[in-house]
Design a binder for this molecule. Structure first.
Ligand code: UTP
Length: 227
C-alpha cells in the first residue's frame, strides 16, 4: 500500500520537541516501510506559531508568515528524517515531483510544506492524489472529528464516519491565517473530495491505533466516506 501520513505539529512539538514520540513514530515507520510505501508530512506546530506571531505583530504579510511556517515544517521534517535514519530521505522534498523521486528510490518520504496559502494537510492530500495513495491518515492530538470542540464541550460526540460533503461543509468557514488552521484546511478537504481519497482522522499519539488503521484492523478515529 501507499500510505501518506499527515502528522500535526501539535504532536511533534506540543511545547518542546517530543523526541520520545518521534523515536516511537520512527520505529513504526521503519517497520511499516518493510511492506508499504510510507510518506510522512510534518506540521510546524508551536515552532511555526512562535515565529509567525511576532512577525505578524511587526506587520509581516500572511504570505510572509506562511513562508515562516513552511520553514518550521521543514525543520520538523529534517529532525524526523534524522530519527528515522537511513531509510528516510535526507533532504525534505520541496515539491511533489521530488517526493515521488525519493519514493521511487525506495525512501520513506519525510517532508514539510510546499507553497504558501495552505497547511501541510493540503500537502498531504495533494501528495496522496499525486502518488495515487491507498490511504491518507490525518493524525492530530484528538481522537477524530467531533460535532463540536471536545476541549470546550464535555458532551462533544466523535463521528466514526463522516461524509466528505459534511467535512467540506464543516471546514469551509475556518480561518486561513498563517499558523491558524483548524481540523484541516478547505483545500485539503476539496482534494480528498475530488479524488475520493480514502482518509482517516485519528489521534497520532496512539501509534498502535494508527498501525491498526493502516493494517485494516479495528481503530478509533473518523473515516471519511467518499462515495
Ligand atoms: P501546519 O501544517 O503545521 O499548520 O503548517 P497548522 O495546521 O496551522 O498547525 P498544526 O501543525 O496542525 O498545529 C504551519 C504553517 O505553515 C504554513 C501555514 O501558515 C501553516 O499554518 N504552511 C505550511 C504553508 O503556507 N504552506 C504549506 O505547504 C505548509
Amino acid at each position: 500500500m501507499k500510505v501518506v501520513i499527515s502528522i500535526g505539529g501539535s504532536i511533534l512539538v506540543p511545547d518542546e520537541i517530543d523526541i520520545d514520540y518521534m523515536r516511537e513514530l520512527a520505529e513504526l515507520t521503519n517497520k511499516l516501510a518493510e511492506e508499504h510505501q510510507i510518506c510522512i508530512i510534518t506540521g510546524g506546530g508551536r515552532t511555526a506559531r512562535k515565529y509567525i506571531e511576532p512577525a505578524r505583530r511587526f506587520g509581516a504579510s500572511e504570505i510572509f508568515c506562511d513562508l515562516i511556517g513552511i520553514t518550521a515544517t521543514r525543520l520538523n521534517a529534517r529532525l524526523l528524517a534524522a530519527v528515522i535514519g537511513e531509510r528516510a530521505n535526507l533532504e525534505p522534498p520541496k515539491d511533489f515531483i521530488a517526493a515521488l523521486k525519493a519514493m521511487n528510490f525506495g525512501k520513506i518520504v519525510v517532508m514539510g510544506g510546499t507553497h504558501p496559502g495552505h497547511s501541510t494537510d493540503a500537502v498531504s492530500a495533494l501528495l496522496a492524489e499525486y502518488i495515487n495513495a491507498d490511504l491518507l491518515i490525518n493524525a492530530t492530538d484528538v481522537d477524530g472529528i467531533y460535532d463540536r470542540d471536545p476541549q470546550k464541550h464535555r458532551d462533544a460526540r466523535m463521528y466514526k464516519k463522516l461524509s466528505v460533503e459534511q467535512l467540506v461543509d464543516m471546514v469551509k468557514s475556518y480561518p486561513l491565517g498563517a499558523g491558524e488552521y483548524e481540523l484541516i484546511d478547505i483545500l485539503a478537504a476539496k482534494i480528498i473530495q475530488r479524488s475520493k481519497i480514502r482518509t482517516i482522522f485519528l489521534n497520532g499519539r496512539d501509534l498502535k491505533n494508527m498501525r491498526n488503521a493502516i493494517e485494516g484492523k479495528k481503530f478509533i478515529g473518523t473515516a471519511i466516506e467518499n462515495a
